[in-house]
Design a binder for this molecule. Structure first.
Ligand code: PPE
Length: 304
């Protein structure tokens, strides 16, 4: 990865190479921590963070869910992210990664006495599933791993521990020659990708599963708002894997993945085998918004 100058740690800007933790950091051993992934885009009016407040709210909600007392307020965390981007003086798009974690000083599973630390890093991160993926679409495999069950984990939290499952699904998909995994829930309905939500298009209708078994995705919400504004009919309902196979179009959404078309699932070609027409329209509209080219959505941007 490409280094930046500074990382924000507990209220201080620390040089990138000095941003270290103790080996007995609680989160490293027991996996209780929460994070965000937020992008900032280089617009005509400078760098702008996309939906900063929504991402930061979700970070604090995640902490609440896993019973970590965040030591900073919403305003302080938003300000910290802005400060980090200003001090690093980036000349391109960046990805921002805030992390609330349990630090050094207490071991054992009873976590509430462990110190709570916060770090925010930002770095240049290009197309998550490749530049070609954004244009031509990616190949996806339905995972042998079920998405974390709501009976034993809490998927409304963007919790560090939830990502072991995502990692295993991603690893399996890549090893099998695909680019991304699609996870079903424990009843067999489509849940989400390893780090994305799924959309289908059938007969001009945009379909996305509800968030009972997926992260409450900010990109998914953005696409739904765009589609509403375009007058495109939207359905939030459960989807099975065979419905994905016969969709006219399919795509993934996520902060990192942005809007990535899906051209194949389990050896079945989706639609025309490339980026579908509605996918392309929504993708274009999404990029117009994040790059500040559509003033109607300017309230989603925080200019640095
Ligand atoms: N589901 C999961 C499991 C998920 O991790 C993400 C984001 C989403 C859906 C989409 O959420 P949103 O970004 O709010 O639209 N995944 C992040 C992690 C990527 C990584 O590899 O790290 C991201 O896109 O930033």
């Amino acid at each position: 990865m490409e280094k930046a100058d500074y990382i924000w740690m507990d209220g201080r800007l620390v040089e990138w190479d000095q941003a270290k933790v103790h080996i007995l950091t609680h989160t490293l051993h027991y996996g209780n921590g929460v994070f965000e992934g937020t992008r900032a885009y280089k617009t005509d009016r400078g760098l702008a963070i996309f939906r900063l407040e929504d991402h930061t709210k979700r970070l604090l909600n995640s902490a609440k869910i896993v019973a970590i007392k965040a030591p900073y307020s919403l305003e302080e965390l938003m300000e910290a992210q802005i400060e980090l981007l200003r001090k690093n003086d980036f000349d391109s798009n960046v990805y921002i990664r805030p992390l609330i974690y349990l630090g050094y000083g207490v071991m054992g599973l009873y976590h509430v006495n462990a110190p709570v630390n916060v770090a925010i890093a930002a770095w240049k991160w290009g197309a998550y599933l490749g530049e070609e993926g954004l244009q031509k679409g990616i190949r996806v495999k339905v995972s042998s791993f079920a998405r974390n069950s709501v009976k034993s984990t809490m998927g409304k939290a963007k919790a560090v521990a939830n990502y072991l499952n995502s990692q295993m699904a991603k690893y399996e998909a890549i090893r099998a020659g695909y680019e991304e995994a699609l996870l079903l829930d424990d009843e067999g309905f489509v849940a989400e990708g390893s780090g994305e939500c799924l959309f289908l298009v059938r007969d001009g209708v945009l379909i996305s599963p509800p968030n009972d078994n997926s992260l409450e995705s900010i990109t998914q919400d953005t696409i739904i708002r765009i589609a509403k504004d375009m007058g495109i009919p939207i359905e939030r309902r459960r989807v099975t894997r065979d419905e994905v196979y016969i969709a006219d179009e399919a795509f993934f959404t996520g902060t990192a993945a942005e809007v990535t078309p899906i051209r194949e699932v389990d050896g079945r070609t989706i639609g025309n085998g490339g980026r579908g027409p509605l996918t392309e329209r929504l993708q274009e509209a999404y990029f117009d918004i994040v790059y500040g080219r559509n003033r109607e959505y300017d309230s989603m941007l925080t200019y640095i």
